[in-house]
Design a protein. Structure first.
Lengths: 73, 228
């Protein structure tokens, strides 16, 4: 179990061999309803692809937003 | 593979795909000759439908272009992708993977906020979560909204309100006859066939909600496809 250090959300990063990609909820202005990313916003989704040439891997995969990170709980 | 010297040989190429829903691109040089058949299968794992999608194309390295697509389908423990006589399908065709996803348990005062992951398509079939209200304020009305980044395009209010100082469990299902809200259970209805990709957000909003209110981790009942 992880706890996001930006939003305080708790989540299981792997569920039944499937990965879960946490994203912080935005901050919502109570008067206007306008949404903004919170400071340290974390988005665990990945960008990029894995490329194998003759079984040699090159990869440009990276997390979308590391933000404040997380801690194991 | 039939080679120019008349011999026929079986050839195997291996690749360990990543488990992050990202594309794994491999190139193999089979030599010069005629391809008689191609099969893609998984070992030792037996993946279920919706998790492992294979495409095999011939690539002309001189012209730097793909020429023929031989295989395009999900690979499972029960189905090997093959050419000729295989099945051609896109990654979002047919039935997907049925699964329950446990979302993030938000900190007190925060909203529910869930996305289909990158390169994923979800058909949301149901959802369950609990909501605890602080003893302050007036009755709350919980909504689930669907948002594509340009404001909510669909909102589903609960069919009952929740008093301060209580815990209620909410069940979300496709439109139909909503059960009467009970002492502990409240229902929300969404349009059938609610299809969401990685740009769609499932979020909560609460009328008269207060900062001391608390959602637990939602369970999302989804049909899932790779969307690549």
């Amino acid at each position: 179990m992880r706890e996001c250090l930006a939003c305080g959300g708790k989540y299981e990063p792997v569920q039944g061999n499937m990965r879960y990609f946490h994203v912080c909820p935005p901050l919502v202005d109570p008067d206007t309803g306008e949404e903004t990313k919170r400071p340290g916003h974390r988005d665990e989704n990945l960008d990029g692809k894995h490329t194998f040439v003759d079984n040699k891997l090159t990869s440009d995969v990276k997390i979308k937003a590391e933000g404040k990170g997380y801690k194991e709980i | 593979m039939l080679f120019l010297n008349g011999t026929i040989e079986d050839m195997s190429f291996y690749q360990a795909p990543s488990s992050d829903r990202l594309e794994n691109l491999s190139t193999f040089d089979p030599g010069v000759g005629w391809i008689l058949s191609v099969m893609v299968h998984a070992e030792p794992a037996e993946p279920v439908r919706g998790t492992t999608y294979a495409v095999v194309r011939l690539f002309d390295s001189k012209a730097n272009t793909h020429t023929v697509e031989l295989v395009a389908s999900y690979v499972t423990g029960a189905h090997h992708s093959a050419w000729p006589d295989g099945i051609f399908e896109g990654p979002t065709d047919g039935n997907g993977l049925i699964r329950i996803v446990t979302g993030t348990d938000p900190a007190v005062g925060n909203a529910l906020f869930e996305f289909p992951p990158e390169n994923t398509r979800w058909k949301l079939k149901g959802m369950r979560f609990s909501y605890t209200t602080s003893a302050l304020g007036v009755a709350r009305l919980v909504r689930i909204t669907f948002n594509a980044g340009t404001g909510a395009f669909q909102t589903s209010p609960a069919n009952g309100t929740q008093a301060p100082g209580t815990i209620r469990t909410y069940f979300l299902a496709w439109w139909g006859e909503a059960p009467t809200a009970g002492i502990t259970d409240i229902f929300l209805m969404i349009p059938p066939e609610t299809i969401l990709d990685e740009f769609y957000i499932i979020a909560s909003s609460v009328e008269s909600g207060l900062s001391g209110d608390d959602f637990n981790a939602p369970l999302l009942y989804v049909e899932e496809w790779l969307d690549i």
